[in-house]
Design a protein around this ligand. Sequence first.
Ligand SMILES: Cc1ncc(COP(=O)(O)O)c(C=O)c1O
Length: 402
Amino acid sequence: MLLQQLFASRTQRMKASEIRELLKLLNRPGLLSFAGGIPDPALFPAAEFSAAFQDCLTPERQSEALQYSLSEGYLPLREWIRGEMARMGVVCDVDNILITSGSQQALDYLGKLFLSPNDTALVGWPTYLGALAAFNAYEPRYDQLNPGGNRSALSYRQAAEAAGSQVKFAYLSPDFANPTGQTLSQQDRDALLDLSEDLGCAIVEDGAYQALRYDGDQIPSILGLEIARRGDLELCRTIYCGSFSKTLSPGLRLGWVVAAKPVIAQMVLMKQAADLHSATLNQMAVHQVAERCFETHVAQLRQAYGNRRDAMLAALQSHMPQGITWTRPEGGMFVWLTLPAHIDAAALLVRALDEENIAFVPGQAFFADGNGANTLRLSFSVLAPEAIHSGVERLGRLLQQA
Ligand SMILES: Cc1ncc(COP(=O)(O)O)c(C=O)c1O
């Protein structure tokens, strides 16, 4: 018997990520890639990390750094996060914070926490494809979250009930979302809080790009708005997921969750069962680097990525033919293009690689319902402004022919 025949039913919805498969092809010479949504390695605070790891491995600190530690996370790091969250208007205790191995682990745990098979998760159309991958393992039903739209709580509830389902949470990334780059207005954040109250469901707020704003005013986080409404985090339905990946280093795999204590307590049990705790040494090093240079480092990132965002928007303005529309992100790493309905972005990618030596991510994988064949995601995070211009010019040429 093939072992595949023994796999659990949940594996049927686990598919290879189009982005991961694609990233394997991206080392051709001269390729200009808008595909990976990754930080620019040239901007890592490498010298600070080198010093921090050395400090953590001195004789006084090494027995702590190399030892097992608390599932909740390294206390000084949670204290640093508490300060950072307070600056964002989210007042919490360290007991409201769990350190995770990247925010991706938090998404997996939240799927595990809330979703029994056929439970409903509301997600954007499109949404972060890693969130779909994390939730898929728990065999949910999806419905379309559209906070600016006019769909009522009743219509969500009726649609769920008709499918023998219940809405458990709404997932979204309100600031500079992956893949669209769009930001949710404060009015729409308030409307979402109303919706979650009417539905009695949770909100999973993914703040992965939150620190990377290049212009415009910061909008309070959904969790911050809910605390202002209810007066106490313990009464809130919103669960905030943060990450050090886009600010300090994705390779160290550190993120965090802020939520009411019963939620954190249950997630701590999951953490114990899954990996006991995130790497102690990494948590100590990230704490040291964050203490010493988080603000100045993030200011540098904003400057560099903001210039690239500007270069991409200017290049799109110059080179896109009529009939193509795109988002104008105030932060993050992505611009989202909508092509005329007859153009298939996956087929276009094959030509883009062959004829123009450029890459992007076709948009379909970001839709829970498999639509969006005429959309694509461009990332501006790793290319210099001149390369962005050249790549967008090539894309424009290709689209002109298509
Ligand atoms: C919106 C969003 N959330 C979460 C993640 C996961 O990030 P990490 O696990 O590195 O914190 C990503 C990574 O690209 C992302 O784009």
